[in-house]
Design a protein around this ligand. Structure first.
Ligand code: NAP
Length: 527
């Protein structure tokens, strides 16, 4: 049952007076449950409980944390149809997507469980002492990763499950040993509360300390601002707009004790279509890209919003084929009236720029909250000179830039802002011929794709989801896959510490049997 209350640790609480509801974009009406925004006292209590839980939770074995993560996955599945129905009613997304996203969420939790159970993720490194070294003896040094402390996670609007309450950021932070306080996304507060109840049940079943998890409601920036400024909070995870992510990053940097904000924000995911590939495969490519641009109503951070090619018959034919294909696709529902409002405004702003030509626009009438897909085109010179055209239009929109030659294409790629992904559509020989462009693109992105589409983010250790600013605030880290745990830890070295008092990961006997770097050799042997 959804109560509309906050979880302050394991207690349901609703002390505030500010309430709000979620919205069903398919029915174009508000949902009935009223959610109560967290008060300052409730925020303080959630942070205090997380701070109290940290020493015990951070010291738990990998096996115990794995039990907790797996129990969360089980409890999410036990929510069954109620979760799926609530998700659909708060997002306008179809049931198949809800089920798929639940599978991804559960899969992420289980892969972090495997990682912590195995244990080598702490990157234990041991350099034994050389007491006879001259001119000075070398001390015994042992290093590993330890959790930062309480982490605040801002749920994403476009992934109500996989990047929200028990999504990738939360799973990674809990795996690291950090208590988590979620600032629930107001557009799917019911989905958030259900998932929070699953986490609280799992915490009780696996005997986790109270405060290991809290879920705070809010529909406005105040709760998030208070959390980021709170001295008890040690790191922040965010997925959303550049404006929101940057505001939180600046706030965290201005604190007396600055803390890291790992924000995954906007990206237009440039796709470079080289001439030979356009000539040979233009029509197929156009169909593939029509589907990718409109997938999930364009509400993916990896949506291909910018297509770049060199002027000529092949590119002209590609634009025509893309336009013909995209208008045949039925429009779909966006997440919320605010999201479609932003889409229409941003699209209007782009379309009103001089030199831009609309080549495809779904013309027929659409239901409320359904997005009309649009493709535009512009000359390379105009694009270079007008940075408004470089901005993300979150939704089913893409711009095709027609460059006059290879040099102009390279110049545009080199001047792009940081991106999550970059794609090269090419024949293999063209990769050599256009190597400067490939290299320029590599400099701007976190993931380089060959002959594919950027939508569809595989969850696995080799995935990089993050890129140079403003795609993310720290391009050294990924927000997807088990390596995302590295955002929530810091290294610590123990010097000349007695073996009996070292963490198990660093003891001579290697009781965890993990892989370690011992005197520069990777081994799981004991010393
Ligand atoms: P958002 O406006 O960035 O908000 C995300 C979360 O951060 C919300 O919980 C919001 O709280 C909070 N927030 C935003 N600005 C804040 C601030 N200055 N201080 C404290 N908290 C703040 O994103 P959204 O509502 O999810 O979607 C709006 C737009 O973001 C979309 O139209 C799209 O352009 C972009 N977006 C991009 C991606 C991507 O992956 N690239 C994903 C999702 C959204 P409140 O809502 O309670 O104010």
């Amino acid at each position: 049952m959804i109560t509309g209350k906050n979880y302050i640790g394991n207690t349901l609480s609703a002390k505030g007076t500010k309430t709000y509801t979620t919205f069903n974009p398919q029915l174009n009406q508000e949902n009935s449950i009223s959610f109560v925004e967290a008060t300052t006292k409730e925020i303080d209590l959630a942070v205090q409980l997380a701070t109290n839980a940290y020493p015990q939770f951070s010291g738990l074995s990998g096996t115990r944390k794995a039990e907790f993560l797996n129990a969360i996955a089980d409890e999410i599945l036990a929510l069954d149809d109620l979760l799926i129905k609530t998700y659909c009613s708060e997002s306008g997304l179809p049931e198949g997507r809800a089920i798929g996203e639940r599978g991804r969420t559960v899969g992420q939790l289980r892969s972090f469980a495997e990682m912590v159970k195995e244990g080598s993720w702490v990157e234990a490194s041991i350099d034994t002492a050389l007491p006879d070294r001259t001119p000075v003896p070398k001390p015994d040094l042992r290093k590993m990763l330890i959790p930062l402390g309480p982490v605040v996670v801002f749920g994403a609007s476009n992934f109500p499950l996989a990047y929200s309450t028990a999504g990738g950021d939360t799973a990674a932070a809990l795996a690291a040993g950090c208590p988590v306080i979620v600032k629930s996304h107001p557009m799917h507060a019911g989905t958030g509360e259900l998932v929070a109840s699953a986490i609280i049940k799992a915490a009780a079943k696996t005997k986790m300390p109270n405060g290991v998890f809290s879920n705070l409601n809010s529909s406005g920036i105040e709760v998030g601002v208070s959390l980021v400024k709170h001295p008890g909070v040690k790191a922040v995870g965010f997925t959303g707009s550049i404006r929101g992510g940057r505001a939180l990053f600046d706030l965290a940097s201005q604190r007396k004790e600055p803390i890291p904000v790992f924000a995954e924000m906007g990206s237009v995911n440039p796709v470079v279509i080289l001439p030979e590939a356009a000539k040979k495969r233009g029509e197929t490519l156009a169909n593939t890209y029509a589907s990718s641009i409109t997938l999930g109503s364009g509400q993916f951070c990896t949506n291909p919003g910018l297509l770049l090619g060199i002027k000529g018959d092949a590119l002209t034919a590609f634009i025509k084929n893309l336009s013909d294909a995209i208008v045949k696709i039925e429009p779909s529902c966006m997440l919320h009236p605010n999201i479609i409002g932003a889409y229409e405004n941003n699209k209007q702003k782009a379309v009103s720029q001089s030199g831009l030509q609309v080549v495809a626009d779904f013309g027929a009438g659409v239901q409320s909250n359904y997005a009309r897909q649009t493709v535009t085109t512009v000359e390379g010179k105009t694009f270079l000179e007008n940075t408004t055209l470089h901005q993300e239009v979150f939704g089913p929109y893409s711009i095709v830039v027609q460059c006059k030659d290879k040099n102009q294409l390279e110049q545009i790629v080199a001047h792009l802002e940081g991106q999550l992904t970059g794609t090269i559509i090419a024949e293999e020989d063209e990769l050599k011929e256009y190597k400067e462009i490939v290299s320029a693109l590599q400099n701007r992105v976190g993931r380089l794709i060959y002959n594919g589409v950027p939508t569809g983010v595989e969850v696995c250790p080799s995935m990089q989801h993050g890129g140079p600013y403003p795609a993310s605030t720290d391009s050294r880290f990924t927000a997807v896959g088990i390596h995302s745990v590295k955002r929530w830890v810091r290294p610590i070295s123990y010097q000349d510490w007695p073996d009996s008092q070292l963490p198990d990961a660093l003891k001579n006997s290697n009781p965890l049997g993990i892989s370690r770097l011992v005197n520069n050799e990777k081994t799981n042997r004991k010393l």
